[in-house]
Design a protein. Structure first.
Length: 280
C-alpha cells in the first residue's frame, strides 16, 4: 500500500494532486519495510498479530514512499526514474510531488493514531518510533548528511553513519514497530533493533554492489548515479568482493541474533535472506 487508502477515501481522482497520488500508489516496489514489520510482529506475537500489523505496515510504507518522492526531486538527488517509471515530479511537476509526499507523511501517523486494534500505549510507542526514524535523528538527518557529502571523500565510518540514518533507521524502525505490535519483551525489542542495524547496513552495501553490476532497466532506477554524482560508495572504499563479503557477514550476524526464536520467525528469516541475496 502506498496511496491506495488515501485515494479510496475519494470517489474520483479529479485534481492533479489526486491523480499524482493514484500514480504513486500504482508504482509499488518491494514493500520491504511493511513486510519486515509484519514478520517481526509475527515473530514476537504469533500469527494472531497479522491483522493487527496492517495499519502500522501501511504507515511505514507511506513514509518510505514519501521519502522516495522527495529524494528524487531536483533539489535533492535529482532523478527522473523510479521503479521503472518516471519520477513523480517528472510525470507531474515539482509542487505536486512535494505535496503528495507531505500528504503521505501526515497520513502515515493518522493511520497509526486511528488503529483501534492496538492499545493507546502501543499507538504512542509506534508514533514515537516512526517519527524518530523519519526525522532529524533518522532519514531526514541522513539525507542532509548525504547532500553535504557530495564530492567529498568519506571514511568508511562516515559513510556508515550516513546510511545508518538515511536507510537503516527506517528498516530498524520496521522491526521495532513489529515488536511493539507483537507485544515483544524488552529483550526481544533489543534484538530486533540490533538485527535492523546490521541488516540495514547490509542492505545498503548490497545496493552499492548491485549498482555496479546491474543496469537501469534491471534496477528500475538510474544505475551508477551515486558514483557519477561524486558520492562515496562501499564498493569504492572496500572493493566489490570485500563489500559483498561484508554484507553477507552482517546477514549471518543478524540471523544469529534470532537463531533460538521459534518457527513464527521463519518469515522474518526469509526476508533477511532476500535483502542480501538479490539482484535489484
Amino acid at each position: 500500500m502506498t496511496g491506495e487508502r488515501v485515494v479510496a477515501e475519494r470517489t474520483t481522482a479529479t485534481t492533479a494532486l489526486e491523480r499524482a497520488l493514484l500514480a504513486s500508489s500504482m508504482n509499488s516496489g518491494k514493500r520491504l519495510r511493511p513486510k519486515l514489520l509484519a514478520a517481526a510482529a509475527r515473530a514476537t506475537g504469533g500469527q494472531s498479530t497479522d491483522s493487527k500489523a496492517t495499519a502500522s505496515a501501511e504507515a511505514i510504507e507511506l513514509i518510505h514512499t514519501y521519502s522516495l518522492i522527495h529524494d528524487d526531486l531536483p533539489a535533492m538527488d535529482d532523478d527522473d526514474l523510479r521503479r521503472g517509471r518516471p519520477t513523480l515530479h517528472v510525470a507531474f511537476d515539482e509542487a505536486t510531488a512535494i505535496l503528495v509526499g507531505d500528504g503521505l507523511q501526515a497520513k502515515a501517523f493518522e493511520l497509526i493514531a486511528n488503529d483501534d486494534q492496538l492499545s493507546a500505549e502501543q499507538r504512542v510507542a509506534l508514533v514515537q518510533c516512526l517519527a524518530k526514524a523519519s526525522g532529524f535523528d533518522g532519514m531526514v538527518g541522513g539525507q542532509g548528511l548525504d547532500i553535504e557529502a557530495t564530492e567529498k571523500e568519506l571514511s568508511l565510518d562516515e559513510l556508515k553513519k550516513i546510511h545508518a540514518l538515511k536507510t537503516g533507521a527506517l528498516i530498524t524502525a520496521a522491526l521495532v514497530m513489529g515488536g511493539i505490535v507483537g507485544e515483544a519483551s524488552a529483550s526481544q525489542i533489543a534484538k530486533l533493533r540490533l538485527v535492523g542495524d546490521k541488516i540495514g547496513l547490509a542492505f545498503q552495501i548490497i545496493d552499492d554492489v548491485i549498482d555496479v553490476r546491474s543496469d537501469s532497466a534491471t534496477l528500475g532506477k538510474t544505475a551508477g548515479k551515486d558514483a557519477a554524482a561524486g558520492k562515496t560508495t562501499y564498493v569504492a572504499l572496500m572493493g566489490l568482493e570485500a563489500a559483498e563479503s561484508a554484507a553477507l557477514e552482517l546477514y549471518r550476524e543478524s540471523l544469529s541474533l534470532i537463531a533460538e526464536w521459534d518457527e513464527n520467525t521463519d518469515p522474518l528469516r526469509e526476508l533477511l535472506a532476500k535483502m542480501v541475496k538479490r539482484d535489484r
